[in-house]
Structure formats: structure tokens, C-alpha cells
Ligand binder design. Structure first.
Ligand SMILES: Cc1ncc(COP(=O)(O)O)c(C=O)c1O
Length: 403
């Protein structure tokens, strides 16, 4: 051994911080990695639509680059985009048109991460109904925050959000309740009354409400419901209360690969959020921000097209897989996922692999979504081309008949 060689102090891997080292791979990514080799498999495990970003947004980014928007920029986000967010939320929810409540992030995921960093730390707990998108519980564990997942019950064809059970899970270590509506993976929408009940409880206990409404424009109202957008915490909370919302350009404007989103928070914590951005990523590329502002101001026709496409996609799934006697589900009220269970198909992890190999269809296993989604549940994304959805449903139903 030369004098420069490091002394043997054990494997490098063991020297990592345990909370980060021991976090397992995401169950959705596990399927994705397995399925990459199966080129013909129809990819319905994904969390995105298959339409590319529309030209008017791409062109705006190219023009901004050509204008020279290639330098460091505002940590909180460029004023043009924050103003556009003010207008957008004012138009949609009637909240004050104020840019100071918005902070531009590297996608919705980073917005969630920053929110977690701002409100909780080692030993704290966050309460979250389950099944839930795994990217809440995993980053919490990595930050030594304990996710307290409260399983919802699937009863009489409906996922029940038992508020008493949710509130009973709150302890003196709880820093926040997380609410994602419309929900990934369930497509369930939390009603305005339920949102108010959670808001009242959080106010009473002095804890934060971490909201995620990234799918709120994908809303499928039932008979007699005149809303065009899912009920929002913004409609029942004040600008200066303990509410942080994570949001993203990924879904509504088909911009998943861009990695741009935003965090909506009280103005009084603005400097802290700016510091968090500075010391994490130091902001988002300014040419992307200029394009995102154009998406907000001019994106409604595209949004309408996406919604109609997803609604037809949902109908295709309901008329085929959903019409089978051996399949159970709650009809999605929002988002673009169909979450279902098949009689006698309990091991969703192993079965998703079989479906890829034998049916040529890739789904996400329910186990990926926490204790509430355990065995026997599967998530399918229906924001896909109608032809590929029809083929996928045909393959899946034939495979289910033969199994
Ligand atoms: C519920 C939910 N929140 C946030 C996000 C984050 O979106 P992104 O990081 O792609 O902007 C996703 C993405 O799948 C999601 O499903």
C-alpha cells in the first residue's frame, strides 16, 4: 500500500448517511427499469401524458434564449413569470393577484422538497393519507422526518378519507398534514367540505397544511356539478396562513421533461424560500421561465384539448377493463390515473412484471403507493393516445381471461 492510499475503514457505501443509503428504489421506477428492455410493452406505468410540449411554449423558450436569457437570474423566479402566476390564480380561484406568493422551482418535486425542508426536520412527523404518491414519504425519510401514512379504506367501491382517523394520527410531533387532490394514484378528489375540515383542524392545532393540486385542471365533474376545476385549498385559506402548495408545469402544459414548477406560500416566508432555492439549485433557467409565463397566459386551448383527450382515454378504460366483473375501482374524479384491483391477483409487484413479459403492458404496482395500496392494486395512466390505450386494454383483458 502506498503512503497516499486511504486506510481500510470499511466499504464506501456503508459510510453514507443511513436515512439516504437505506431508502429503497421507487416502486414505479423499479417497473420502469424492468420494462425498458421490453420495447413493445405499452407504457402505462408513467405519470405523464404522451403529447409533446406544444410549439407555442417551445418557441417562446427558443426566442428567450435567442434574446440572451442565458444568465443567472432571480432566485425566486423572474418577475414576468411570478406575475403570470398571480394572474392565473386570480383568474382560476379569485385569490389576490400578487406575484409575491410564488417561487419558481425545479419541478413539483423540488417544490415538495423545499416545503419539507422549510417546515420539518429530524424527529418531526407529517401525516399523509395513503395510497399516496411515493415521492412524499421517501424524501421525508431522507430528511429524517417520519411519514405517518394513514391508510384509507376501500369500501363499497369508494376510497374513504376518514378524517377522524387522519386527525387522530396527529401528535405533538406533527408539523403538517399533506393533502394531494386530485390524488395520484387514486384520482380521488377531496371535497370542499373536507378541505375546510382539514383547514380548521390545522388552524386549531397550529400545524401546516402542505397541499398538492398539480392535477386540479384534470377534473371530471359528476352529474349536477358545475365546477370546471377541482376544489382547492386556495378557496378556503387566507394568503397569510400555514399553507404551502406545491405545483408544476409538468402535467397541465405537457412539460414533464422541463423540470419547472412552483411553490405557493405566504409572503412572510419569502426570504426563507428564496434562501432555500439559492442553496439548493440557485434557481431555474430564465429562458424556461419566460416560456412558462407564455404557457400560463396562452395555454387554455391546449389545456382544454388535454382534458378532452384524457376524458376519452378514461372512457376507453372504463368500457373495457372497468366493465369486467373481476375488476374493482373507484371511478376517477380527477388526475389521469385508473387505480384498480383484480380478483385473485394479489401480488401486484410480481404481476406487473408478468404483465410486461406476457401481456406487453406496463402498469405501476399498488405497493409503490404505501400501505394503503398494498397488494392487489395497480395504477394505469390513461392520458395516452387512444389507439395505444385500446391496444393495451385488449392485451390486458385477453391476458386476464387466460391467466
Ligand atoms: C401528486 C404529484 N405531485 C407532484 C408531482 C411532481 O411533478 P414534477 O416533479 O414532474 O413537476 C407529481 C408527478 O408525478 C405528482 O404525481
Amino acid at each position: 500500500m502506498s503512503e497516499q492510499q486511504a486506510p481500510d475503514i470499511g466499504p464506501v457505501f456503508d459510510a453514507l448517511k443511513p436515512d439516504v443509503r437505506d431508502e429503497p428504489e421507487s416502486g414505479i421506477i423499479r417497473v420502469a427499469n424492468y420494462a425498458w428492455q421490453a420495447e413493445d410493452a405499452i407504457k402505462l406505468w408513467v405519470g405523464e401524458g404522451d403529447l409533446p410540449t406544444p410549439d407555442f411554449i417551445c418557441n417562446a423558450a427558443a426566442e428567450a434564449m435567442a434574446r440572451g436569457e442565458t444568465f443567472y437570474t432571480w432566485q425566486r423566479g423572474i418577475p414576468t413569470l411570478r406575475e403570470a402566476l398571480g394572474r392565473y390564480h386570480n383568474r382560476l380561484f379569485g385569490v389576490p393577484n400578487d406575484p409575491e406568493n410564488y417561487f419558481i422551482t425545479g419541478g413539483g418535486m423540488q417544490a415538495i422538497h423545499l416545503a419539507l425542508q422549510a417546515i420539518a426536520g429530524a424527529g418531526d412527523q407529517l401525516v399523509i393519507p395513503s395510497p399516496a404518491w411515493p415521492n412524499y414519504a421517501a424524501p421525508m425519510r431522507m430528511l429524517q422526518i417520519e411519514p405517518v401514512e394513514v391508510p384509507m379504506a376501500f369500501e363499497s367501491g369508494v376510497w374513504q378519507l376518514d378524517l377522524d382517523r387522519l386527525f387522530d394520527a396527529v401528535t405533538d410531533r406533527t408539523r403538517a398534514i399533506c393533502l394531494n387532490s386530485p390524488s395520484n394514484p387514486l384520482g380521488k378528489v377531496t371535497s370542499a367540505d373536507e378541505l375546510i375540515a382539514v383547514r380548521d383542524f390545522c388552524r386549531k392545532r397550529g400545524i401546516w397544511l402542505l397541499g398538492d393540486e398539480v392535477y386540479s385542471r384534470f377534473y371530471y365533474p359528476g352529474d349536477g356539478d358545475n365546477r370546471t376545476i377541482a376544489p382547492s385549498l386556495l378557496e378556503c385559506c387566507e394568503p397569510e396562513e400555514r399553507l404551502i402548495l406545491a405545483n408544476t408545469f409538468s402535467k397541465n402544459w405537457a412539460m414533464t421533461g422541463w423540470r419547472i414548477g412552483w411553490l405557493q406560500a405566504p409572503q412572510s416566508i419569502g426570504q426563507v424560500v428564496e434562501n432555500l432555492i439559492q442553496y439548493n439549485t440557485s434557481g431555474v433557467a430564465s429562458f424556461m421561465q419566460s416560456a412558462a409565463a407564455v404557457a400560463l397566459d396562452e395555454g387554455e386551448p391546449f389545456m382544454a384539448q388535454q382534458l378532452e383527450r384524457a376524458q376519452t382515454g378514461l372512457q376507453i378504460v372504463l368500457d373495457t377493463l372497468g366493465a369486467r366483473g373481476d375488476v374493482q375501482y373507484q371511478r376517477p374524479e380527477g388526475a389521469f390515473y385508473f387505480f384498480f384491483r383484480v380478483e385473485g391477483m394479489d401480488s401486484s409487484d410480481a404481476n406487473t412484471r408478468r404483465m410486461i413479459d406476457e401481456a406487453g403492458v406496463g402498469l405501476a404496482p399498488g405497493t409503490a403507493f404505501g400501505p394503503g395500496g398494498e397488494d392487489g392494486w395497480y395504477r394505469l395512466c390513461f392520458a395516452r393516445s387512444h389507439d395505444s390505450l385500446r391496444t393495451a386494454m385488449d392485451r390486458l383483458c385477453t391476458w386476464l381471461d387466460k391467466r
